[in-house]
Ligand binder design. Sequence first.
Ligand SMILES: *[C@@H]1O[C@H](CO)[C@@H](O)[C@H](O)[C@H]1NC(C)=O
Ligand SMILES: *[C@@H]1O[C@H](CO)[C@@H](O)[C@H](O)[C@H]1NC(C)=O
Ligand SMILES: *[C@@H]1O[C@H](CO)[C@@H](O)[C@H](O)[C@H]1NC(C)=O
Length: 417
Amino acid sequence: MRVLHIVYIGVVALFTRSSALDNGIALTPPMGWLHWERFMCNIDCDADPQNCVREELFMEMADVMVKEGWKDAGYEYVCIDDCWPSHKRDAQGRLQADPKRFPSGIKKLGDYVHARGLKLGIYADVGTYTCALYPGSLGYYDIDARTFAEWGVDLLKFDGCNMPDWHQLGEGYINMSRALNQTGRSIVYSCEWPLYEWQYQQPDYEEIRKTCNQWRNYGDIYDQWTSVKDILDWTADHQKLLVPVAGPGGWNDPDMLIIGNFGLSHDQQQTQMALWAIMAAPLLMSNDLRNICPKAKELLQNKQIIGISQDPLGKQGYRTFKDDNFEMWERPLSGDRLALAVMNRQEIGGPRRFTISVGTLPSWQLCSPKCNVTQILPVYKEMGVQELVSKLVVQVNPTGTTLLTVNPIKNNPEDIL
Ligand SMILES: *[C@@H]1O[C@H](CO)[C@@H](O)[C@H](O)[C@H]1NC(C)=O
Ligand SMILES: *[C@@H]1O[C@H](CO)[C@@H](O)[C@H](O)[C@H]1NC(C)=O
Ligand SMILES: *[C@@H]1O[C@H](CO)[C@@H](O)[C@H](O)[C@H]1NC(C)=O
């Protein structure tokens, strides 16, 4: 084991949280299911009724979410992505669902989802067309916001394709935010404003936080490890900008959880789950809950990881260390606790040992005089009481992550034993 140089990145010191969109919701990162990555724009219901984007897909997901413990684990939003509308607005200029694939309409679907104690998400676009070329909302923000509110929609994913003049992106997102507010209904507002603005200039994250409940910064996730790595690298490279703006009411969105699909090994799925929790990311799964392997299900429903994700302090975590193909990330938690992830980025060989010297990590002052360390991933294990002089050795699989929580033990004789 070589000696590792700790490159500590002082994000915590810079932490000043700005004011969030004041709609009273998304105080912790939203959790649910979103159709895009797994089902995309599959509209061929004649050939592929099981997997096409139609009302049954969302009804079946809602049923499974209740029956199979997803709702109890905290997954709440059942979200429709692109390709749901008819290509034509109605006579009053309102969006309408595709009549063949959503014959009951979105309001009925909302009732169905609400009757099961879940919430409904929908999708629209700030420009003239959605990314898949369905009608966009430009010029219709008020009408569309009212329509969604009347349908009982609880979350809007507002995409950024096809904006004729990129200078109007921000204005469009702000106008839609106001339109949603004026409906009087609390609707989680999921934006892609920074993602589309980055190609022209650095987005104004203070403005974004005032406007949106969550926002995509970087390209779409794919069902592959390369994509997960890219997102993590980009986020770490921009953490000085991104971490301070996250907090209750507003979150950086690194895109969907792809756990339970085809592209990630189990270790890579553990990495995504651990790091999305560390990043205080919305946990929107895109997979087929009707048919998911038990290990992926157990991981997605892991109470300790969800506890980290949903920590009420709402601070986003950050990378503190990167060397020798290891990365260490940490997230400050409520009660002076800490979540710590060690990722092995070496894609050759077997599990590698990583030594954490407790005293050399600034955030581990919470181990003075003593702390209690629990390993959450790859398997649950109590690592016992530690102090500043302790050295902890963890074993990390290639592309996998070891996730720990660290709890301070106050200087109370009863606790120390
Ligand atoms: C609308 O905005 C006002 C002022 O920020 C806020 O108090 C109110 O709760 C918002 N209403 C909704 C439905 O978001
Ligand atoms: C936003 O609203 C303002 C004020 O109503 C309007 O002047 C502007 O054109 C709108 N921008 C967009 C992109 O809708
Ligand atoms: C350490 O944490 C574990 C898991 O939360 C708990 O069961 C155990 O009692 C704790 N030990 C001490 C000494 O606090």
